[in-house]
Design a protein around this ligand. Sequence first.
Ligand SMILES: *Cc1c(COP(=O)(O)O)cnc(C)c1O
Length: 356
Amino acid sequence: MSVLDQDAQPITLNQFASDNYAGICPEAMQAMQAANSGFVSSYGDDLWTERACEQIRQLFECDCQVFFVFNGTAANSLALAALCRSYHSVICHDLAHVETDECGAPEFFSNGTKLLHVHGPAGKFDLAEVERMITRRSDIHYPRPRVLSLTQATEVGTVYTPAEISAASELAHRYGLRVHMDGARFANAVASLGVAPADISWRAGVDVLCLGGAKNGLAIGEAVVFFDRELAYEFEYRCKQAGQLASKMRFISAPWIGMLEGGTWLNNARLANDCAALLAQELAAIDGVRIMYPRQANSVFVEMPEAVADRLRAAGWRFYSFIGSGGARFMCSWQTTREDVLQLVEAVKKAGSENN
Ligand SMILES: *Cc1c(COP(=O)(O)O)cnc(C)c1O
């Protein structure tokens, strides 16, 4: 039997490892299908891409400049490279994806711009620490701070409020820094806060947003959104040089239309967040399990005995334990169901009871 046969057993996992284990949501798939007709001009010079950019402008209620790239690492590193010269530095949290999970791509694409990391509780900046990092040196030997990079939702599943982002931006701008936001899970943050996308981006001082698509239900693709159009100067050349200009761009841009029209992006994020909320509530009631951070988006971080985690893994459950500062991360996606959550909860209880 071919793997392409409709009735072949699907290969699925009991997984809470990442929201990128999920598939393509139906709305994105349908839009991709709709774009697959006839001949269309290449490299983004097409109506699908134009419409997708327009939808993003409407979503953000502003005349922003939009580029589509293949993944978040490219979006972040090219955006940071556009903001910096090689002797500049980017201030980020010590758990930031740009620091810990991009294999040095921001430094590579910016030809040496240094990331300076600061610590702060629950994945968020401590602004006093940020200010100390910006001001501690101004001599020629120190890589000149040029960008403050925030992650929304953060790497440990918390979210910055509009006021917190405004305060961070105000601090950054006061010292002449630009504000970059890694929004791989921006949709989850919007769903969590119940605000308009503009309220946690440009209205709060963000200059460039890397807007996540893959974890929200797309197959491929993130959007780099420049609220200050001048910062996007020659950005298309950067994308092309970095191998990030898709020749069949319509198959990256059309699914964005499927996600944005009708609010699928927000529904998907809500579904994921709601599953994580249920999971946090159920896990908190289990002896020996401690929730590590406030559950605000679509992930739950817990501390539990190593033996329990081992038994869960042996029973086929997938989750990460290398993200953040230890503990197990359970990540929900648009595809996670309440049944999946309740099954995991039962499995944790079972693994825990075998302990005694
Ligand atoms: C997943 C993720 C990204 C993007 O990662 P890619 O694998 O390069 O698409 C960026 N930032 C954060 C915080 C993420 O979780």
